[in-house]
Design a protein around this ligand. Sequence first.
Ligand code: PLP
Length: 384
Amino acid sequence: MSKVFEIIAKEEKRQRENIELIASENFCSENVQKAVGSCLTNKYSEGYPGKRYYGGCVHVDELEDYCKETWQKVFKTDYHVNVQPHSGSGANFGAYLAVLKPGDTVLSLELNNGGHLTHGSPVNLSGKIFNFVFYGVDEKGYIDYNDLREKALKYKPQLILAGASAYPRIIDFKKFREVADEVGAYFMVDMAHIAGLIAAGVHPSPFGLADLITTTTHKTLRGTRGGLIFCKQELAKKVDSAIFPGTQGGPLQHVIAGKAVTAEEALQPEYKTYIENVVKNCKAMCDEFIKMGYRVVTGGTDNHLFLLDLTDKGVSGKQVQEACDEVGITLNKNCVPNETRSPMQTSGVRIGTAAMTTKGFTAAQFIDTAHKIDEVIKKLQANL
Ligand code: PLP
């Protein structure tokens, strides 16, 4: 047997036994895995359905069209959709290149305040080719919409970006649209984290408001690893050519198959119940930490994740992440607003409930896990 399958077996065991609290992870279904592991991986299909650079594309054409239609149903939208981005990062680059030129100004959420690397970090290509400027969160950790407007008026960006990797509250897309209109900017939403909540109707939808919407398919959407771009019909050509030939070559048709199965699953009534449970469980766990005296950024959560602020506990996010790893609890260190430590240390941890809710964890089990994490933190403090 190949060594690879031995490694996969070990990872399978780790995934089965650990308590998985990484907010961006989930467990996709066997059907999704079957589609991604199919013979479609053998097929080259540069281009788009009906306009390919290769022969033999009749079945992948049918697949890609079906994938697009199914995602439009998930988000109840007539926006154009491109299902080819290999990842969330790739989707963001496709969206940027569709409407921006190098050097154009983009206004996005600061990384330390919950933004993503592809939202203009200087170590990411986005920050190297575009002029990113940032809005932040207020002292409680909520998006500061006054700061957003002030920065928009000051910098006159070509694009305003909403969306985050570590933001526990509802995002007011209408306010973003108003500010974008005031300064004549495109409005883009990166809904990667909350896409599942939007699909299930438990977070307001950006469809109808944003010009461009990007997402991953593997977080709350619980599918294969990949990206999608939605856009208003008038931007369809620009988005498509920004992905191919702009930033990608041949699409991954096996992954597009996995995305189509993901979309079919998100249309099932059980999926809505699942997402409602994710949010309910997240509140229950977050409330338990608050009861135990922990500081939580914004004082709570509206979605699938929350951020523990450990500043007053004398331990770093990195220490907590590593100590949790030792007892089979997987979570990640995260910056908090007004962070004083480096991104490699951090003063917080991010906790999400999407993955363990898939495994059938109840609110009581999440509460029990909160106590286990508290024990880990107390042990760390005792050894300081
Ligand atoms: N956008 C947001 C908001 C994210 O949180 C992430 C990943 O965590 C991405 C984009 C990038 O997705 P990927 O890791 O698929 O490139």
